[in-house]
Design a protein around this ligand. Structure first.
Ligand SMILES: Cc1cc2nc3c(=O)[nH]c(=O)nc-3n(C[C@H](O)[C@H](O)[C@H](O)COP(=O)(O)O)c2cc1C
Length: 385
């Protein structure tokens, strides 16, 4: 039998978020009807309500993955400046997508690694065309092939798994993702963003795709127009999960931890629209060289829909640094053949041409817009968090 989900603590929040969906429909008229979906979500919650809260003591020393699917990472927009970000139907095509914003706030709270689920064949950036393909994939119970994969899923005990409601259920690529790995014994924490339809059948269908011995904790559902203001709701939801999160610096004495904190170097990327990204630098000669070059003014460009790259005024030495890197979302690397910085906003395969320089601590949601800034200032941010 599946272990019980705990809905008690967030029930009020879920219902209020789903209920907001009834106020205004901002969806395209060809989008699925909403009212019946809201009812379905509410009855799903009621069914689970009688079950006992989940004790998460077993998660004490776990590692965490925050994986998400979002339309913006799964489409190509030829001319981003032509997108009307105020139009509800087109808002999601520009990164960061709604599920990505929630993922980033979750990562800020719990740590762990971010992973964007990306299909091999991108969806159309046209809302109606995307709806049509998603409807066909649902009707065919399709499993669209993925371009991004998690190489070390066995290392993660807790997986936050996020996605939008597509046609009352999960986008089919999320099922491809789920079926790619062994979830036995893992704790899965769903987060869903939706239109007026609420959670609909998303959690039921996710539950059906997971093995009996996976533990599914209470989801959060965030109504699309409320995503931008939902960081505190995400924080409250996570606090209510009562997860026992792994301690940073496990095994270190207080003195060692303080000294490690003092020696941690952070660098600060400021975009001209006020967005900020803070990176914790690695301890290697290449990262030292980058730190010595600061302050810098860089301009980024997109590369391969995976990374934002910028050229440096001086060469970064490759001697003495790791000559292998398996970048995740938020990894800052140097590409040895060209000597450029690369900031990964998508997961990428391991490469012996990359030197790892650091990892984003905060602001991962702004990585995808680095190339939209005309100048990016980079400074040392010692002591900042
Ligand atoms: C193909 C498609 C199907 C959708 N179907 C639904 C639906 O059935 N019910 C609903 O409430 N919202 C639906 N939506 C709206 C999305 O769930 C909502 O816009 C979400 O916030 C998008 O998240 P994202 O930016 O991470 O992709 C749909 C959106 C798309 C693109």
């Amino acid at each position: 039998m599946k272990k019980p989900m705990t809905f008690l603590l967030v029930l009020g929040m879920l219902i209020s978020l789903a209920a907001c969906g009834g106020t205004t429909s901002r969806q395209n008229s060809s989008a699925p009807p909403a009212d019946s979906q809201t009812t379905e979500a509410t009855s799903e919650v009621s069914r689970e309500q009688s079950e006992q809260p989940q004790n998460t003591d077993e998660n004490e020393s776990s590692n965490i993955l925050v994986a998400y699917f979002t339309w913006a990472d799964n489409t190509v927009v030829a001319d981003p400046s032509s997108v009307d970000v105020d139009a509800a139907t087109s808002a999601s095509v520009l990164a960061p997508g709604n599920a990505a914003k929630l993922a980033s706030w979750i990562q800020q709270e719990v740590g762990g690694d971010l992973h964007s689920i990306v299909v091999e064949e991108p969806y159309s950036s046209d809302y109606d065309e995307c709806l049509d393909r998603a409807a066909d994939e649902k009707a065919d119970n399709a499993r669209p092939a993925l371009a991004s994969h998690v190489d070390n899923m066995e290392d993660y005990d807790i997986v936050f798994l996020g996605f939008p409601n597509w046609w009352y259920t999960l986008p089919m690529p999320v099922l491809t993702f789920v079926e790619e790995y062994d979830w036995s014994g893992k704790t899965v924490v769903p987060f869903v963003t939706h239109g007026t339809g609420g959670l609909a059948s998303t959690i039921r269908d996710l539950t059906a795709a997971l093995p009996e011995d996976a533990t599914i904790l209470e989801p959060i559902g965030v109504y699309r127009p409320e995503v931008d203001g939902a960081q505190s709701a995400v924080q409250e939801w996570i606090a209510g999960l009562n997860l026992e999160l792994p301690q940073e610096g496990n095994g270190q004495s207080q003195e060692e931890e303080t000294s490690a904190m003092e020696n941690t170097r952070r660098i600060w990327f400021s975009l001209d629209d006020g967005a900020e990204i803070i990176v914790q630098l690695n301890d290697n000669p290449a990262a030292d060289a980058l730190y010595e070059m600061l302050p810098l003014e860089l301009s980024f460009e997109d590369f391969n829909r995976t990374e934002k790259i910028a050229y440096l005024p001086e060469e970064i030495p490759s001697d003495g640094s790791p000559d292998q890197c398996d970048p995740d979302v938020g990894s800052l690397c140097c590409y040895i053949p060209w000597g450029n910085l690369c900031f990964f906003y998508q997961d990428f395969r391991a490469s012996s041409s990359l030197i790892p320089l650091g990892q984003v601590e905060t602001g991962a949601e702004f990585l995808a817009q680095l190339d939209l800034a005309s100048r990016v200032a980079v400074e040392a941010a010692d002591g900042e968090t």
